[in-house]
Design a binder for this molecule. Structure first.
Ligand code: ARG
Length: 457
């Protein structure tokens, strides 16, 4: 048996055959393809479309084929195009003609849609689990470094003091939204397309609900034409994965920056660093750089899938075979990146003296000085102006803000009093005392809530 050539008078051109084959990558669908076929065969037997005995024989054969694949003795044949044909051909070799009854009331169009949905459903679960592991790593590092202060940045300029834990929990929130996106896409993935046939449905008394139940699907598709041509669930995974990779890339970028001598906020564990082939002193954050670099794959794959779909007339078109490599690559890239980032984050060594030193340079309490004047009755705009001039003066003289005398402060506003010297990094943090702020007790609460969320699911 080679490709389906029933009505043709010639064999396929070798180039055409290799051009259309997908077995090199879609072999990965085998567990899903076999699970789907078993559920289908059982249903055919129950409905009397084939005999129960025939169904049993087919199911036994499919299980044996799965074992061959798992043991590595299965021979994948490119001339059989894809995983569906490879499995079916081997089934027929093993159980004889009756194996040819498996494809009753089915088309490869609904079969491949089913396989991809089963694959995507697992990929969603695995992404959510990997996201949780990274969230836990963030919570652990935040919890182990509760008192550590660092500069918060805007425009990559030191802006205001924040707790390192607060900064890390920002990533916890991003990942929380990622989890939400994956879970939400699951609702639209968890739909059984089988029974749609090539496109119009099938001319047999099938029982789709029972197949859905056996395969653990929430629903059956409501329109056969849509069911064989819908790949939205792959696009949703691809966009959730792209957004998630963007988050990971930002985290990675901060690890790269923070581990440089210029920042010196953290040290990447040796297990997650790489040396240079020429410069013996180098310790490079290659894992973080690759996480950042691989983000483009997810975006590119999403773009490929969107472009692949945009001009397709209903229903199935062979273009859609191109969904696989793009999707598999996104899944592999995302899961590997989440995994390695969890390891890298959980082994980061924070350097609290360094981060505290950075907080002391760059007049990070200027906003607090303006707020001080506001509390003494100054409108914020003119308070901002007075402090800006004060900062310029301190900078000119190479002094810190608390290195100026009260008389000097008063040159910029008569509202300054002795109590201005009670403004400190600690008072600045503590003042941001509301939900979402960096006050230590708020961060403590946020940390406790984050832990609770991790424990409750
Ligand atoms: N390998 C094909 C794919 O991935 C399976 C469906 C083939 N259907 C067809 N009508 N040729 O899309």
């Amino acid at each position: 048996m080679s490709q389906i050539r029933g009505r043709f008078e010639k064999d396929a051109d070798e180039r055409a055959e290799s051009y259309t084959a997908s077995i090199q990558y879609d072999w990965r669908l085998y567990p899903y393809d076999i699970a789907g076929s078993i559920a289908h065969a059982r249903m055919l037997g129950r409905q009397g479309i084939i005999t129960e005995q025939e169904a049993e024989t087919i199911i036994g054969g499919l299980n044996a084929v799965r074992e061959e694949i798992e043991q590595g003795s299965f021979e994948f044949r490119p001339e059989l195009e894809d995983i569906h044909m490879n499995i079916e051909a081997r089934l027929i070799e093993k159980v004889g003609e009756v194996g040819g009854k498996l494809h009753t009331a089915r088309s490869r169009n609904d079969q491949v849609a089913l396989d991809m949905r089963l694959f995507a459903r697992d990929a969603i679960l695995r992404a959510v689990e990997a996201l949780r592991r990274l969230q836990k790593a963030l919570v652990d590092v935040a919890g182990a470094n509760k008192g550590v202060v660092m500069p918060g940045y805007t425009h990559l300029q030191r802006a205001q003091p924040v707790l390192l834990a607060h900064h890390l929990l920002a990533y916890f929130e991003m990942l929380e939204r990622d989890i939400g996106r994956f879970k939400c896409s699951r609702k639209r993935t968890d739909i059984l397309p089988l029974g749609s046939g090539a496109l119009a449905g099938v001319a047999y008394q099938i029982d789709r609900e029972s197949v859905a139940k056996e395969l653990g699907f929430d629903q059956v598709s409501r329109n056969s034409i849509d069911a064989v041509s819908d790949r939205d669930f792959l696009l949703e995974y691809g966009s959730a994965a792209s957004i998630c990779m963007m988050h990971l890339s930002r985290l990675a970028e901060e690890v790269v920056l923070w581990s440089s001598a210029e920042f010196d906020f953290v040290e990447v564990d040796d297990a997650y660093a790489t040396g240079s082939s020429i410069m013996p002193q180098k310790k490079n954050p290659d894992v973080a750089e690759l996480a950042r670099g691989k983000t483009g794959r997810a975006y590119g794959n999403l773009m490929s899938l969107l472009t692949m779909m945009k001009g397709l007339p209903l229903a199935y078109d062979r273009d859609m075979q191109e969904d696989k490599e793009a999707f598999f690559d996104t899944v592999d890239t995302l899961l590997a990146t989440l995994d390695v980032c969890a390891g890298m984050v959980s082994t980061l060594r924070v350097k609290p003296e360094s981060t505290a030193r950075a907080v002391r340079q760059g007049h990070l309490l200027a906003t607090d000085l303006a707020d001080y004047l506001v509390k003494k009755g100054e409108p914020f705009r003119s308070a901002h102006d007075a402090v800006a001039r004060l900062v310029a003066r301190a900078a000119r003289e190479g002094k810190a803000l608390d290195g100026l005398k009260l008389s000097e402060y008063r040159e910029f506003s008569p509202r300054f009093g002795e109590d201005v010297f009670s403004i400190s990094v600690e008072s600045s943090l503590a003042a941001r005392d509301h939900v979402g702020g960096t006050a230590p007790k708020r961060v403590e609460q946020a940390l406790a809530e984050a832990k609770k969320r991790l424990a409750n699911r």
